[in-house]
Design a binder for this molecule. Structure first.
Ligand SMILES: *Cc1c(COP(=O)(O)O)cnc(C)c1O
Length: 412
């Protein structure tokens, strides 16, 4: 990727050259990839790091005295520091490698079992991904605690007045996504965190959908837990992080037992390793961690300011063009939103739309987007969702619009 320092606009045609998959043909048509909210594509710079790892220094880490193990350990720990700096965590041991957002949330939910009692209250937002609902429900079943829901309005914005009222219940923990994967809403997490802290509640922010668009500063936010997955931000699948304040990581019990996470083991008693290893049982995804670091380096080289400005342009353009299709309705019209558009066309099933435009080379997501409560809120069974990344173009959006019109003509 060439840096385009001379101005503040993103050179999308240069950037597209970094992503070999964008050359692919689907059903004889050039791929148009609009399923970025499900997983992002991987630039050559990250693919090279993965290939280099397996070609030259694949080894188990933190235990070998040999050269390869040393190299792999160093690179893995370098990646942890890259991630620490990116999110501005105070300590590198506050960055716990996990298999992704889902795993990270489960680590926290599992740990909170020791802190909760019957009658304790947890607050969840109405627009969460299932991975930020189900682990907490399991926790409530085990502890007898209850979960209250922060409602949202028709635009897909959280009702902050209701939130204030719910805080009077003195919840122990609030969990909310930074950006909704189904609606694109950017939630006011600063305010949510501040208000929660004022009643003594801890806050977990699901950053999976925010990380490809926004560079978050965990110290500035003063957030207790921030979680994300590498594959939403140009990295590989199966790797992610749990950021937690050191004080929480000291208090939380380990999630899994095994190798790596111990300092001493006898059949009578085991003492746990220090941070971050206490939460990293077993052989980790070494290559994935290193590639995650490379993905963050790549995105920072492109520049988050440029990415946000460009994606906003794509969002406005696509919103305008899509709304010009008769019978098309967009779900999620928050004032503050990112480049995710959920929609339906009157009289057409989202699944049929997705299937037909796939034949034309266009990849979108259809269904509930792992957020069934949102679909229930709108009284629909699902939506079609087009989600844009910084390597997409307006020309691709034009192709989507043409394809949707074709599909509509076939189906109506
Ligand atoms: C993708 C996503 C998740 C789940 O991430 P995994 O990598 O599947 O664990 C959770 N929350 C949001 C908002 C997401 O977009």
């Amino acid at each position: 990727m060439k840096k385009n320092n001379q101005n503040n606009t993103l050179n999308v045609l240069e950037i597209r050259k970094d992503f070999p998959i964008l050359e692919r043909k689907i059903n004889g048509k050039q791929l148009v990839y609009f399923d970025n909210a499900a997983t992002s594509q991987t630039p050559q710079q990250v693919i090279d790091v993965i290939s280099d790892y397996y070609s030259t220094y694949n080894a188990n880490i933190h235990r070998g005295v040999h050269q390869l193990s040393q190299e792999a350990t160093d690179k893995y720990e370098d990646a942890r520091q890259t991630i620490q700096k990116h999110f501005n965590a105070k300590h590198s041991h506050e960055i716990i490698f996990t298999s992704g957002t889902t795993h990270s949330i489960n680590v926290v939910a599992h740990g909170f079992e020791t802190f909760l009692q019957k009658k304790d209250v947890l607050l969840v937002s109405a627009m969460e991904h299932h991975s930020n609902i189900v682990p907490w429900q399991m926790l409530c079943e085990k502890t007898g605690a209850t979960m209250e829901v922060i409602p949202m309005n028709n635009q897909g914005e959280l009702d902050m007045r209701s939130y204030e009222m719910l805080l009077k219940l003195k919840p122990k923990l609030v969990f909310v996504n930074h950006i909704s994967n189904a609606l694109g809403t950017i939630n006011p997490i600063d305010e949510i965190i501040n208000q929660a802290h004022s009643v003594g509640a801890a806050v977990l922010v699901d950053g999976a959908q925010a990380c490809p668009h926004i560079k978050s500063d965990v110290q500035n936010l003063d957030v207790d837990f921030y979680v994300t997955s590498a594959h939403k931000m140009c990295g590989p699948t199966g790797i992610g992080v749990l950021y937690a304040k050191e004080k929480w990581l000291k208090k939380l019990p380990p999630y899994q037992g095994g190798g790596e996470m111990i300092s001493e083991v006898t059949f009578e008693k085991t003492s746990y390793a220090g941070l971050p290893h206490k939460f990293e049982a077993g052989t980790p995804n070494v290559c994935g961690g290193i590639a995650f670091g490379a993905a963050i380096d790549y995105m920072n080289a492109v520049g988050f300011d440029k990415i946000a400005a460009y994606e906003n342009e794509l969002l406005s353009y696509a919103t305008k063009e899509l709304l010009a299709i008769e019978g098309l309705k967009i779900y999620g019209t928050a004032k503050n939103k990112t480049s995710v558009i959920s929609f339906n066309i009157e009289g057409v099933h989202a699944y049929d739309l997705g299937t037909i435009i796939d034949k034309l080379g266009i990849a979108i997501r259809t269904g509930q987007h792992c957020a069934q409560p949102i679909m229930d809120f709108y009284g629909i069974s699902g939506t079609a969702r087009a989600s844009f990344a910084f390597y997409n173009t307006k020309a691709e959006i034009d192709q989507l619009v043409t394809a949707l019109k074709k599909a509509k003509a076939m189906l109506c």
